[in-house]
Design a binder for this molecule. Structure first.
Ligand SMILES: Cc1cc2nc3c(=O)[nH]c(=O)nc-3n(C[C@H](O)[C@H](O)[C@H](O)COP(=O)(O)OP(=O)(O)OC[C@H]3O[C@@H](n4cnc5c(N)ncnc54)[C@H](O)[C@@H]3O)c2cc1C
Ligand SMILES: NC(=O)c1ccc[n+]([C@@H]2O[C@H](COP(=O)([O-])OP(=O)(O)OC[C@H]3O[C@@H](n4cnc5c(N)ncnc54)[C@H](O)[C@@H]3O)[C@@H](O)[C@H]2O)c1
Length: 505
């Protein structure tokens, strides 16, 4: 049995904890079965946003004649864009070699599995299996991957997911006709990218709304805006069958309201139908680690699992699946394990103020509750809405009052206190517009609130009983650093204020 101070499984957000341990001179094991850097760098946020930024530029140029700029149609240079996409993905190699450079770190390239609580073995890429490894602290940051629904004929016909798109299925040129299955962030972002590249895109959505996690009014607006781009959106559909006909893939869908059947054809199918936790290889059944519905690992506000000393962060704990949320949790854990002056100085996670952005066209962003969620929670709800066209800048950008595609901000307020419960934006730069509210809402005295109360080490129980309050001083550079900022946005340049103030970079 080999013993470490800490074992970190997965090299996405969890690397923040590994880095803190390395800096403290701890003996660290890092286990990664895929590309180093995790989903965000190698098949998620970053390569998609390199593409989305190009697609945005094409659409922005198309809008310029309205404000008096003569343009010729812009088109995407697929080769240059793809080179930039793969340049970022290939930074993964640098992450891998970085960890090879430390004497106090053992890097295992393979899949970790639990033998029992706190004991792990790794099936290495060459098929060999390591000795048993153990540590008083084990951090699980194994992420998630695309959920593939069982649809008759799908496996035989073949399909792509974000994993294979940024892998063996990366196209040398844009598709002629693409079917996107799913109208969440992944589906709407890729639909925007390919439509801007000249692909005829049909997006099939199971839900009756696009982006159903957004406020209803935002969903309705994004439907109008996306269809204006030439993307065909078919809502409220159940995929019935997939087949190949004359070299094309045919998806048969059934309208969930009317039962009507129709066929959609395309050169390729992109599955964007949600994610599942990547726990298959962990063999959690050999442990007492509790999971919740959907198989997500249950964690509390200190990222503890039901096994003392085992923590889980990022997508795998089933809280909001964003890279900034994974980073936020990893920062908290790194602080509590390696930097806190005492348990009273511990930080804890809260999930009621996770900012979310979808980088489709236009951008959509929010923090806090939707109007429907606020009503359901029993608030006496008031709302306010303002349009881009109502501001001088909005007019300058080409928005006119009454414009069907005007952007807007909607605030959801508790009428009893005038407290802001949620802020929702749709329009250009939505990703950065609502950040001041994220900072505002996170400021002030923040009492410790238990999450999944059944989970808690002896120390956690003591801290809960004590009733800790973290002072999030709105003037403090530390508060800015401890507040989530959506990734990847320009607001991050400002959010890292604490880090460059402390000369950590
Ligand atoms: C197409 C796409 C676009 C996205 N865009 C955005 C965006 O713009 N903004 C945003 O905030 N989020 C975005 N996301 C979500 C974001 O990528 C994830 O929330 C984030 O990467 C999760 O980080 P993580 O640390 O939890 O896990 P990951 O980054 O997924 O890291 C987990 C790592 O664990 C490894 N692993 C798994 N099992 C084992 C095992 N048994 N042993 C060893 N290693 C293992 C995996 O290989 C992986 O490298 C996007 C996701 C996708 C798919
Ligand atoms: N900009 C970002 O921050 C960003 C971008 C991409 C992904 N992500 C994260 O990654 C996660 C995964 O993204 P996602 O868009 O796949 O998930 P999602 O769960 O948000 O959306 C999936 C959508 O697919 C629909 N769906 C499910 N099965 C279907 C089927 N068989 N046919 C048609 N539609 C079907 C669902 O109704 C749902 O709206 C998200 O939770 C998201 O938070 C974030």
């Amino acid at each position: 049995m080999k013993t470490y101070d800490i074992i970190v499984v997965g090299t996405g957000g969890a690397t923040i904890v590994a880095d803190a341990a390395i800096a403290k001179g701890k003996k660290v094991a890092i286990i990664e079965k895929g590309k180093f850097g995790g989903t965000c760098l190698t098949r998620g946020c970053i390569p998609t946003k390199v593409m989305v930024t190009v697609a945005d530029a094409v659409r922005e140029i198309e809008e310029l004649p309205k404000i008096g700029v003569k343009v010729t149609p812009a088109t995407i240079d697929w080769d240059i864009m793809s080179k930039r996409v793969w340049h970022k993905i290939d930074e993964s190699k640098g992450v891998e070699s970085y960890y090879d450079g430390f004497e106090n770190v053992d890097v295992y390239r393979g899949a970790a599995s639990f033998v029992r609580d706190k004991v792990i073995m790794v099936t290495m890429k060459d098929g060999t299996v390591t000795d048993e490894l153990t540590a008083p602290i084990i951090v699980l940051g194994v992420g998630g991957h695309t959920k593939i629904n069982t649809i008759p004929g799908l496996e035989e016909a073949g399909y792509m997911s974000s994993e294979s798109l940024f892998g063996e299925k990366y196209p040398k040129a844009p598709f002629k006709r693409l079917i996107v299955m799913g109208g969440g962030p992944i589906g709407t972002e890729f639909a925007h990218v390919f439509a801007a590249a000249g692909t005829e895109v049909t997006l099939i959505q199971h839900n009756r709304r696009l982006l159903p996690k957004e406020d209803e009014e935002i969903s309705a607006q994004i439907y109008k805006d996306i269809t204006k781009l030439g993307i065909r959106v078919i809502l409220n559909q159940e995929p019935e069958e997939v087949r190949v006909e004359n070299g094309e893939k045919v998806v048969v869908i059934r309208d969930r309201a009317t039962g009507e059947l129709q066929e959609v054809r395309g050169e390729e199918i992109l599955m964007a139908s949600g994610i599942v936790p990547a726990t298959e290889e962990l063999h959690l059944e050999n442990t007492s680690i509790k999971t919740k519905r959907g198989g997500w690992i249950m964690t509390n506000e200190f990222l503890e699992t039901s096994v003392d000393g085992v923590y889980a962060l990022g997508d795998v704990n089933g809280e909001a699946p964003f890279r900034h949320k994974a980073n936020y949790e990893a920062d908290i854990l790194a602080h509590n394990l390696y930097h806190a002056s005492s348990p009273e100085d511990f930080r804890w996670a809260r999930y009621d103020l996770v900012p979310a952005v979808t980088f489709t066209y236009p951008q959509v962003g929010h923090v806090g509750l939707t109007e429907a969620e606020a009503i359901e929670k029993g608030y006496d709800v008031g709302t306010g809405k303002n349009f881009y066209s109502a501001s001088a800048k909005g007019f300058a950008m080409g928005f006119d009052p009454g414009d069907e595609h005007d952007g807007f901000v909607k605030i959801v307020v508790d009428k009893e206190t005038n407290h802001i419960l949620g802020v929702h934006v749709i329009g250009p730069q939505a990703s950065i517009l609502f950040q001041p509210f994220v900072n505002l809402l996170n400021s002030g005295d923040t009492p410790l609130q238990a999450i999944n109360e059944e989970i808690g080490s002896a120390l956690t129980k003591k801290l809960r009983a004590k009733g800790l309050v973290r002072k999030m001083d709105p003037h403090s550079v530390i508060t800015v650093g401890e507040t989530m900022t959506p990734h990847p946005t320009l607001s991050e340049i400002i959010m890292w204020t604490q880090v460059y103030y402390e000369h950590r970079w």
